[in-house]
Ligand binder design. Structure first.
Ligand code: RFL
Ligand code: PHB
Length: 392
């Protein structure tokens, strides 16, 4: 087994791992990323689309803001659709801030290119990645690549390996608490090269269930409909999808839907999940490894980025000023922001979806929630300040 050394081993090359690596590279802190999948596999995953201003600012400060500034679409509002009519919420008028539509795939591509240009080490298709001895002062990570075992000794391990990763699973049961809600439906999402139905996003609550009209560019649309969790993608022809989407929108929006062949179609389950704490000796949990939110609030990627902000500040302080204060505060600082986003995402999900078990009372409360929201500047401001991103 070959043994090498670095300062920080990062497990996972999703947005959390790649951004943490990029910030550490620029601060002169040596790191290695170990990723289970191939680079092409990671790039083929279609996920988030909405970036908070704070996310854009951090990506820009990390030197990967160029293409984002060129191709990102700045949105100043969103629309809610219910009762067959559209209600626009002016995010910028209410908060002074906007959001940027730029696909997670593109963020990942930019971060991978920057890392390659810098010459930092990323090991793709690393098997059996195992974080070890993180409760002591000499942690290490072992892995297998092309049938050969390797070990990397390090100062810290960053678990950026998503919900199904090995980092959280390596923590002894008694040391971690988890909180979870699983929702009784999924999102069927498609990508198609057709112009979006509107210049901003539409979140729709209809008697047939939730729908979301999003986009990746002015010629590429990303649409979702709520579906039963046990549905199969094969049951959903393009025709059925377009028909269902139109039936969940107000008549004017439905008439503007441009249909075309989809080139990506998948079903995602919806879940809220938080693990506490986020630090176990010299192992830190970051992003989806520590928490999952349903996508209704567009918060998952943005939360991953705010975790990276706090952790990178702590690591830079550790190496620069020999102070452990930032690392000691990481878990508490990150969790305070995480729980607020978990609450917002849960609330948006509850307000906008049709729940199979809902009583007529629940249904009336949902209608009142929506009616109150669009009639109250205070309520719309509250939604907006959460949607554009709470302060760090
Ligand atoms: P990721 O992206 O899951 O990356 C984890 C990486 O770790 C690797 N890995 C391992 N590597 C080595 N050894 C192991 N044992 C490993 N196990 C796993 C994986 O292969 C992977 O490469 O987590 P990260 O970096 O924390 O990023 C989180 C975001 O990806 C996630 O929160 C968002 O995509 C959530 N999300 C959205 N977030 C938003 O902010 N705005 C949105 O509009 C939004 N829309 C969405 C979403 C997620 C969706 N799905 C499918 C889950 C829409 C959807 C449909
Ligand atoms: C997306 O474009 O994929 C998207 C946008 C907003 C959300 C969730 C997903 O709330």
């Amino acid at each position: 087994m070959s043994v090498t050394r670095t300062k920080v081993v990062i497990i996972g090359a999703g947005p959390s791992g790649l951004l943490l690596g990029q910030i550490l590279d620029r601060a002169g802190i040596d790191n290695v990323i170990l990723e289970r999948r191939s680079k092409d596999y990671v790039l083929a995953r279609v996920r988030a689309g909405v970036l908070e201003q704070g996310t854009v600012d951090l990506l820009t400060a990390a030197g990967v803001g160029e293409r984002l500034a060129e191709d990102g679409l700045v949105h100043h509002g969103i629309s809610l659709c219910f009762d067959r009519s559209l209600h626009r919420i002016d995010l910028t008028e209410l908060t002074g801030k906007a959001v940027t539509v730029y696909g997670q795939t593109e963020v990942t591509r930019d971060l991978m290119a920057a890392r390659e240009a810098f010459g930092a080490r990323t090991i793709y298709e690393a098997e059996a990645v195992t974080p070890l001895d993180f409760d002591g002062v000499s942690p290490r990570v072992t892995y297998v690549k092309d049938g050969v075992g390797h070990e990397i000794a390090c100062d810290f391990i960053a678990g950026c390996d998503g919900y199904h990763g090995i980092s959280r699973a390596s923590v002894p049961d008694g040391a971690i608490a988890t909180y979870e809600r699983v929702y009784p439906f999924g999102w069927l999402g498609i990508l198609a090269d057709v112009p979006p139905v509107d210049h901003e996003l539409i979140y729709a609550n209809s008697p047939r269930g939730f729908a979301l009209c999003s986009m990746r560019s002015l010629t590429r649309s990303r649409y979702y409909v709520q579906c039963p969790i046990d549905d199969h993608v094969e049951d959903w022809t393009d025709e059925r999808f377009w028909d269902e989407l139109r039936r969940r929108l107000d008549p004017a929006s439905a008439a503007r839907v441009v249909v075309g062949p989809s080139f990506e179609k998948s079903i995602a389950p919806l879940r809220s999940f938080v693990a506490e704490p986020l630090r176990f000796g010299r192992l830190f949990l970051v992003g989806d490894a520590a928490h999952i939110v349903p996508p209704t609030g567009a918060k998952g990627l943005n939360l991953a980025v705010s975790d990276v902000r706090y952790l990178s500040e702590g690591l830079i302080e550790h190496y620069g000023e020999q102070s452990g204060a930032g690392l000691d505060a990481y878990s508490v600082r990150a969790l305070a922001r995480i729980w607020k986003a978990v609450r917002f995402s849960w609330w948006m999900t509850t307000m906008l979806h049709r729940f199979p078990q809902a009583t007529t009372f629940d249904q009336r409360i949902q209608e009142a929630d929506l009616a109150y929201l669009v009639s109250s500047r205070a309520a719309m401001t509250s939604l907006s300040e959460n949607y554009v991103g709470l302060p760090f």
